[in-house]
Design a protein around this ligand. Structure first.
Ligand code: TRP
Ligand code: ZN
Length: 881
């Protein structure tokens, strides 16, 4: 394990290397326990660098076998090789030389899943961010761009398939049952994009012809027998390729594009040039084993990794501080893709829910950092919701501020200007300034300042003057990264909704009649006047969630209800209803804590029934509108002194009250939405299932009877409906015979399907209440569970810790201790996943006193351990700070 040296990396310390490495030739001779890697590097001393400057390359756990310069063995006195560094004290005098490095590695022993490892007998690599240094000594940093020529040798029987980046150039047989393949990637790339796959896999192949007529051979490689489960991913890939041509003018550039699905993977997927490697969860799908959410995730992640080919690979990051340059931008692109493929409003609501669930707590807690951080101890810990999700929101705001045409012109400029380079956020923003002639220096604070800005708003209508005034005030809370904050540029899209539900027009500054627009809040306080407003409107602000802020808009309940029923911006309509639910739930939580029965406004209770039956709205939208804020959402809004049990009780009470109010409507609609038996994963069909399954949850709550869910569980034709029914049974009827029977039927049915059993683990990890802890502990001993497979760990322990409010936050602190034990055990072999799991502690300070103390003690216990990975120590120390 890489131990922690306490070293901190600072953005301001960036300096180019003394030596460049324009060409890399690698030869792998694959063996599970003893793989030989011969790397021939073309090393070029940069101009103005003294000839005797030492060359220092990164390594991580390496064993050097041979070192040659221009084919001659190097005298041991001239270099020093440790596990994590190769220092050539006196490089040769010539400005360009060839350095050959031979190392030995053991993929079968690699459980960190970084570098070259074995997953289910498949050799594969993961090099981002700093995994290439676990394969050979290198300048393992993204500003070193090299062409790669890769020869892979393996036993034919063990690995008939041999893949690497770029195009295939040669293959053949060798002695003793070995064979080889040679790949060449002509596009200079950083080492983090290197990839190799070798194994016995089956391919699904298709052809794609690019806009300019170039054919591309597409391949998706999966375990034998799972080919049919790759067809949806293949379809998503082709749609992604076409979309990037149409929306961004980006064509694919190699002759082949391959995707490989592996079962042991630290994250979702990886964009290695021409050879994406995926967590199999995000490739494999069929109606029997995957839910609609799985299909949507596959579509989004296939697109995301493909889009990296231009935003990440052709143009990459100068250093890891610039991670959002590729990630935020690529997330924005995949969001837009999904919005175009499905329903834009539904997609936007889902994005905002994710942002609030993951990024807001990060931004509001001890791990807050700017979208472009200035310091890190372990870069793996910065693949965060802030870099990805908020990074995407910042790009979306650029689009809002500049408009579609200028945005596209700026992107075109970015591609033209920086193709083949490793660049910074400043380079990126300069393209937007140059294309728009706008000064974006205030806007740039979105990259540099952490914290979720708050916007307070109120409005006043003067009937005589026919004038509406809107008062706005911004503030940014202090975070560990900056205590004093500067004023931000916050673009707030808005509309004025008239009594008939239509947007009203008003006079703009020039006297022209306009209907909606964007307010640019740049000062601390701003008063905006709208003239010529004929009647008092309801103000719909931050439409489409144009800025990632918390908005407190002083508004009458009447207006809020009116917007919840009428706003023409479907996002804001959902938001209005969601705000009403949240307010009701906060009040109800206070009642529960005060020992009172919560009571709810009958007008609000009637809303879900009305919306459920509103035929003009898509089913997927109605499903979202009917979904109550999660317990974690309520906790976040309450913000301090949190009692998860009271929140759960309040939420159950509201669900039951709605169910009783709308029982007839819900029953009828549930009946009308019956499944035809034919499954299609398209957005509309998925929307129908989503609505029906939300209704099931209410109907079960209202009737307090598992019969309906049991029937759906037994008759379901697809995994979406089956898993939804199982969830209702397990969560709303936990410990009943109906629930336990369904759980064991499910287990029996999917015995040999690890990805499906992950759903079974997760459903159980989410059973509310204090007893779930014991169940989770018991399940860690289940034969399908494994601490070395990240998907298993995340499904069971990760889900429990990050999403089961009443279970994990058990008042006696046993949930915290279970998490700590798992994290410490995991840290010995997979620090990256251990550190991610530990992030579940991040909101400990907002808990009520008893739980807070339990969490603090547990965190302190982890921190006291002597041998923590750099990844875990960094998270734990920042969380405690
Ligand atoms: N770059 C990848 C993406 O955004 C994610 C990634 C970063 C990753 N580091 C990783 C994946 C380590 C697996 C392991 O798509
Ligand atoms: Zn990415």
């Amino acid at each position: 394990m890489r131990t922690d040296t306490g070293q901190v990396f600072l953005l301001e310390d960036y300096r180019p290397t003394d030596y460049d490495i324009p060409e890399v030739a690698l030869v792998f001779r694959l063996d599970p326990d003893d793989t030989r890697v011969a790397a021939k590097l073309t090393v070029a001393r940069r101009e103005n660098v003294a000839a005797d400057t030492p060359l220092v390359l990164d390594g991580d756990g390496l064993m050097l076998e041979r070192l040659l310069i221009d084919g001659e063995a190097v005298d041991p006195s001239c270099y020093e090789a440790t596990e994590d560094r190769l220092t050539l004290r006196r490089p040769p005098p010539q400005a360009r030389f060839e350095l050959t490095i031979v190392t030995r590695i053991a993929p079968a022993k690699n459980q960190a899943l970084m570098g070259l490892y074995l997953s289910n007998g498949i050799y594969c690599t993961q090099c981002e961010a700093e995994g290439f240094r676990r394969i050979t000594y290198f300048h393992d940093r993204p500003d070193i761009l090299s062409t790669y020529r890769v020869r892979v040798e393996a036993r034919q029987a063990e690995a008939p398939l041999l893949l690497s980046n770029g195009n295939p150039v040669d293959k053949g047989e060798l002695e003793d049952g070995w064979h080889y393949a040679v790949w060449y990637d002509p596009f200079p790339k950083p080492s983090y994009l290197f990839a190799l796959v070798a194994g016995n896999l089956s391919g699904v192949r298709e052809r794609f012809v690019t806009a300019s007529g170039r054919p591309v051979a597409l391949g998706i490689y999966v375990e034998h027998g799972k080919e049919a489960r790759a067809t949806y991913a293949m379809d998503a890939l082709k749609r992604s390729m076409r979309w990037d041509e149409e929306r961004f003018g980006r064509e694919y550039d190699l002759d082949v594009f391959n995707i490989v699905a592996v079962s042991d993977f630290n994250m979702g997927a990886m964009e290695n040039k021409g050879l994406n490697i995926f967590n199999d969860k995000y490739v494999l799908a069929d109606p029997e084993t995957a839910t609609d959410l799985d299909y949507a995730n596959i579509e989004a992640i296939i697109a995301h990794e493909y889009f990296h080919n231009w935003t990440g690979n052709r143009i990459t990051c100068r250093d890891w501080f610039q991670l959002c340059l590729k990630e935020g931008l690529t997330v924005f692109r995949d969001h837009e893709f999904s919005a175009d493929q499905r329903s834009r409003a539904v997609k936007r609501i889902a994005e905002v829910r994710t942002l609030r669930a993951h990024q807001f707590p990060e931004d509001q807690g001890p791990l807050a950092h700017p979208v472009r951080p200035r310091r890190y101890r372990e870069i793996n810990n910065f693949y965060t919701a802030t870099v990805y999700e908020k990074g995407s929101e910042v790009v979306r705001m650029l689009h809002t501020v500049l408009g579609d045409e200028t945005f596209r012109a700026a992107m075109d400029l970015y591609f033209a200007r920086h193709d083949g380079q490793a660049v910074t956020i400043e380079d990126f923003l300069r393209c937007f300034e140059d294309a728009s002639d706008q000064d974006l220096s205030q806007f740039a604070l979105w990259y540099h300042q952490a914290g979720t800005p708050n916007v307070a708003a109120s409005s006043h209508y003067d009937a005589k003057a026919r004038e509406l005034t809107l008062e706005l005030e911004q503030s940014v809370p202090a975070t560990p990264s900056e205590t004093r904050k500067r004023l931000m540029h916050i673009p707030l899209a808005f509309g004025l909704v008239g009594a008939d539900g239509q947007d009203m027009d008003f006079q703009d500054a020039e006297g022209a009649r306009v209907r909606d627009g964007v307010i640019h809040l740049r000062k601390r306080r701003q008063v905006v006047r709208f003239k010529g407003v004929e009647t008092r409107p309801a103000v719909s602000l931050n439409r489409g969630f144009s800025a990632p802020v918390t908005l407190s808009f002083e508004m009458s309940r009447q207006d809020r209800l009116f917007l919840a029923r009428n706003d023409s911006d479907l996002f804001s309509r959902w938001q209005a209803l969601n705000t009403l639910f949240t307010e009701a739930l906060i009040d109800a939580t206070a009642s529960v804590r005060g020992g009172k029965e919560p009571d709810f406004d009958p007008v609000l209770l009637a809303c879900p029934g009305e919306i459920a039956a509103e035929d003009g709205l898509k089913e997927a939208y109605r499903a979202l509108a009917l979904t109550l804020p999660a317990e974690a959402d309520i906790a976040r809004e309450i913000g301090r002194n949190i009692d998860p049990d009271a929140i759960a009780a309040a939420r159950n009470a509201l669900r039951e009250a709605i169910a009783k109010t709308a029982a007839r409507i819900f029953e009828k609609l549930y009946g009308n939405l019956t499944d035809s038996g034919f499954f299609s994963p398209d957005a509309q069909s998925a929307g129908r299932r989503a609505l029906r399954n939300v209704l099931l949850e209410y109907l079960a709550a209202g009737a307090a009877d598992p019969a309906l869910a049991t029937r759906q569980f037994k008759t379901a034709h697809n995994m979406t409906d089956r898993a939804a029914a199982l969830t209702v049974l397990a969560h709303q009827f936990s410990r009943t015979e109906a629930a336990e029977e369904a759980l064991s039927t499910f287990e029996e049915t999917y015995r040999g399907e690890p990805l499906v059993l992950d759903k079974w683990f997760a459903v159980q990890a989410l059973i509310p209440g204090p007893d779930t802890l014991e169940r989770v502990r018991r399940l860690t001993g289940h034969s399908a569970f494994s601490l070395t497979n990240p998907n298993r760990v995340r499904s069971l322990v990760g889900t429990f810790a990050s999403s089961n409010q009443s279970g994990f936050h058990r008042a006696d602190g046993a949930g915290y201790r279970l998490l700590a034990d798992t994290v410490l055990q995991l840290d010995r072999h997979n620090p990256q996943v251990a550190a991610r799991l530990a992030v579940a502690f991040r909101s400990w300070r907002s808990l009520e006193q008893g739980r807070r103390e339990e969490a603090r003690k547990t965190l302190a216990r982890i921190a006291e351990e002597k041998r923590l990975s750099r990844d875990l120590r960094d998270i734990v120390e920042r969380t405690l700070a």
